[in-house]
Design a protein around this ligand. Structure first.
Ligand code: 26V
Length: 860
């Protein structure tokens, strides 16, 4: 009977329409006559989700049956963006796709379900593009780290790995950014407002999570190493919401499990009996605050209790889930690391290490050392930053109050670790205090989460070669001495070419598949196929097609900017073709040096003005400074004063430059408000040039650099993060590198501290103009903090050391772009041809082979 009534996928345009209408009428309880774009988006998503759920169930059954080693990717952030278009690209139908009007003879072969649905929607009176635009971004992340996790789940599904992501279902994602009078204003991102068709609530699963309370060691004073009872003081429930993650060209659909907090149905009877009904309910309601909001800091730590609560809530719920699944297999505990690999995305999930040790010792009664061996063989840790201010530390008092038993366990882990160190390096008290998990030097003792993560893992990796080398010689140097260097490794980041090429840049994807004769888009699974483009790099006909795609994408971005700019064009239509689009979009941070970029813009503006005032004609000016638009975008942490001031400066410069009649269309500046994943899909394909200009040694990898190159943009950048490997892959002729090297940064900073050498003339000119109120006529001192940070506070990010090289490299860019279009196009084509290495598929394979020891489970 079950077989007779088996649910089925829609496979044809006709079946899709039928499914769509039934969702409009049943799921949404509306009629076709009352179906706007939002409802159509929801009904389409529900329909597509139906197909995915069928494969999701099959995938999970297959994995249970074959019982392979499973991978769990723990990340506090998953910056997913929109799901529908991606699902349409990835979704598998059960039979060949039958499009609108197809006959047996014209039947479309292969996976063209996106086209089929587009046409089917058309027949129903909807435009797919408009429908897609109704979807809010799932913006459960800050920046690179969160987007990396999203690319990874895509690649893990595509590679058929039995892998789940675990995270939190924040009710509010990263704030929406408004720009008001040039200032960033944060507004809440209530993304679940119209319900989320991509999530499946598993209300039947409720994991109780405890906080506070005390440890009960029974009658006799036993050692903390013996099983102990933790009597929790506050209890909340963790409920999972699952999001299907479809792979590309495979029926594997993996799971992203996000936890949401809700009150227990237990009730404080004491309060209730005292007649305090209202308060006892209110206290329960507070449970929900745990998953209410994503912390909007990037690379910056604020030791907030609620953040630690989020971390434990999520680690405990995920570990409970993982252990429950393991126990169903009835295997010995010693086999746990053969069955499970857990990757922790930065130190945010480090409590999971402690929680597993607690489960094994306190609840499962394993011997301490036996348990610890299991724990350390299971976990691996990825570091994403060397910035001191981002390294997580938690005060002992806070951790001990919230998680009293976990603090004991941390002390014991540290005790055994330090004993091992003492054995290896006797009497080196300095070393012991340097590597201790407990930092004693600050006024309050703190737990150093990165050290705990290293000690509790069998592998530690950085995210680009330069970064992985750097952590071995700086922040984790002592641990290399203790463990040897094999424990430390590199896995260079990657990005998914499905979203960042096929979805974001359909025109380029089509040109590529035509050119390399790959109508089925297999190159998206094997990006080395792109090297076939090299032979067309100097082919004029091909260059023209390539250029046309870029023009189309620049026009698309110009349209978006016009919409955001109250319907006013920034660049005249006719000029888009010969205007260089220079883009820097990423979180606003002093280390990423958006300030250097805008100083460069000011420098260009002032020099152009000087030329004009000395009698030069527009034509003469254009020769030296061809048309250019400088586009910025990105969010600042709400409490990051300097970053917010940089945003204001960009907008103030835009005001002056864009309204300067004399300058005409030669130079424009625009700050795109509320930069997010769906905007990035429009912005990235439109760049001629993008900026990745962090102080050498500060940007661990960067991933937008890869996205821009994959879309045919050239890079101006420093010798930092993945720029180094991008250069190696695409060739140094095809990238504009400049600036000091990481190895010289310490020396330069030292120099600034003790010898005031002043700033180069080119930069002085810029800072003087700012100081004279050129961009803040109402308040001449508005931008003083930015000036002072360079002139008086040691120029920590070394803007003055790199500025002249930056300016002259920009001038080189201008010359190549405007004098030799063919040369430019050649560089662009060769860049795309050789960017294959940066597919996140390669990256996941490296993790699987060298860290997880996990194999794909292929659908038959
Ligand atoms: C750290 C913290 C500290 C506590 C408060 C909130 C918070 C939020 C995020 C972070 C993560 C900082 C590390 C990070 O995002 N690193 C970025 O990781 C990217 C992916 O590996 C990499 O491309 C970027 O270069 C790196 O900055």
């Amino acid at each position: 009977i079950w077989n007779k009534h088996k649910v089925q996928k829609f496979n044809t345009a006709d079946e899709f329409q039928e499914r769509f209408i039934s969702h409009v009428e049943w799921t949404l309880a509306r009629s076709l006559y009352n179906c706007d774009d939002l409802a159509a988006y929801q009904a389409t998503s529900q329909s597509v989700r139906d197909n995915l759920v069928i494969d999701w169930n099959k995938t999970q059954q297959r994995q249970t049956a074959r019982d392979p080693k499973r991978v769990y990717y723990l990340s506090l952030e998953f910056l997913m963006g929109r799901a529908l278009d991606n699902a349409l690209i990835n979704m598998r139908t059960d039979t060949d796709v039958r499009d609108v009007g197809d006959t047996d003879e014209t039947l479309t072969k292969g996976n063209t379900s996106r086209e089929m649905i587009k046409n089917a929607m058309n027949e129903l009176g909807f435009k797919l593009e408009d429908i897609l635009d109704e979807e809010p971004d799932a913006a459960l992340g800050n920046g690179g780290l969160g987007r990396l996790a999203a690319c990874f789940v895509d690649s893990m599904a595509t590679g058929n790995y039995p892998a789940w992501g675990y995270g939190l279902r924040y009710q509010y994602g990263i704030f929406a950014q408004k720009i008001i009078n040039g200032y960033q204003v944060e507004t809440p991102d209530y993304w679940l407002n119209f319900t989320n068709p991509w999530e499946i609530e598993r209300a039947e699963i409720q994991v109780p999570i405890n906080f506070y309370g005390y440890v009960d060691r029974g009658q006799n004073e036993k050692s903390t190493l013996e099983p102990s009872d933790w009597i929790g003081g506050e209890r909340v429930l963790a409920v999972p919401y699952d999001m299907p993650i479809p792979g590309f060209k495979t029926s594997t659909v993996n799971n992203l499990r996000l936890w949401s907090a809700k009150p227990t149905t237990e009730f404080d009877f004491k309060k209730f009996n005292n007649g305090d009904y209202k308060n006892s309910v209110e206290e329960q309601q507070r449970a929900e605050s745990i998953t209410a909001v994503l912390y909007p800091n990037d690379n910056f730590l604020q030791g907030k209790e609620l953040r630690l609560k989020q971390q434990y809530f999520w680690c405990a719920a995920s570990l409970h889930d993982i252990v429950r699944r393991f126990k169903k297999g009835k295997r010995a505990w010693s086999e746990f690391p053969d069955a499970i690999a857990i990757q922790i995305n930065d130190t945010h999930p480090t409590l999971a290490i402690v929680e597993l040790q607690r489960i094994l010792v306190d609840l499962e009664k394993l011997d301490w050392h036996e348990a610890w061996k299991i724990v350390t063989s299971t976990f691996a840790f990825t570091n994403h930053t060397v910035m001191q201010e981002a390294l997580e530390k938690w005060p002992i008092s806070l951790l001990g109050r919230l998680l009293p038993r976990h603090l004991e366990i941390i002390y014991d882990i540290n005790w055994f670790f330090l004993q091992d160190v003492e054995k290896k390096f006797p009497h080196d008290m300095d070393l012991l205090s340097r590597v201790s998990v407990i930092e004693e030097s600050s006024q309050e003792r703190q737990v150093r989460m990165a050290y705990l993560a290293i000690i509790g893992s069998h592998k530690v990796n950085g995210v680009a070669e330069l970064h992985s080398d750097l952590i071995k010689t700086t922040i984790f140097k002592d641990f290399v001495k203790i463990y040897g260097s094999n424990k430390f490794t590199n896995v260079t980041n990657g990005i998914t070419p499905r979203r960042w090429l096929k979805q974001a840049n359909p025109k380029l994807a089509q040109l590529i598949s035509e050119t390399i004769n790959d109508p089925e888009d297999n190159y998206l699974l094997d990006m080395s196929k792109l090297t076939q483009l090299s032979k067309y790099a100097e082919d004029e006909k091909f260059q023209k097609k390539w250029n046309d795609v870029k023009q189309f994408n620049k026009q698309r971005l110009a349209d978006l900017i016009k919409k955001l700019n109250n319907g006013v064009d920034i660049i005249e239509r006719d000029h888009i073709r010969n205007t260089l689009f220079d883009i820097q979009v990423k979180r606003i941070h002093e280390y990423k040096r958006q300030q250097m970029n805008i100083f460069g813009v000011i420098h260009r503006y002032l020099t152009m003005k000087e030329l004009l005032q000395s009698g030069a004609s527009i034509e003469e000016v254009v020769k030296k400074y061809p048309r250019k638009v400088s586009i910025f975008g990105g969010k600042s942490a709400p409490g990051y004063y300097m970053a917010k001031l940089i945003i204001k400066l960009i907008n103030s410069v835009a005001d002056v430059v864009n309204n300067d009649k004399e300058i005409q269309d030669l130079l424009k500046v625009y700050f795109i408000p509320d930069y997010n994943v769906s905007k990035a899909e429009i912005i990235t394909p439109a760049s001629d040039l993008s900026e990745h200009i962090s102080t050498a040694g500060t940007e661990a990898s960067g991933t937008s650099n890869m996205k821009f190159v994959m879309n045919g943009g050239l890079i101006i950048g420093t010798v930092d993060g993945a720029n180094v490997e991008i250069t190696r892959e695409i060739g140094e002729d095809n990238i504009f590198l400049f600036g000091n090297l990481a190895e010289n940064v310490d020396e330069l900073r030292y120099k600034h501290q003790f010898h005031n050498e002043g700033v180069p003339a080119s930069l002085a000119k810029v800072l003087d103009a700012m100081q004279n109120g050129a961009f803040s006529p109402q308040n001449h001192s508005e931008f003083m903090p930015l000036i002072d940070s360079i002139k008086s506070h040691g120029d920590y990010y070394l803007v003055s050391d790199d500025f002249e090289a930056y300016i002259s490299t920009q001038e080189l860019v201008d010359q190549v772009y405007h004098k030799d279009k063919k040369e430019w196009l050649k560089k662009s084509i060769l860049s795309v041809a050789n960017i294959g290495f940066f597919s996140s598929d390669r990256c996941i394979e490296e993790y699987a082979d060298t860290i997880w020891n996990a194999e794909p489970v292929k659908p038959e």
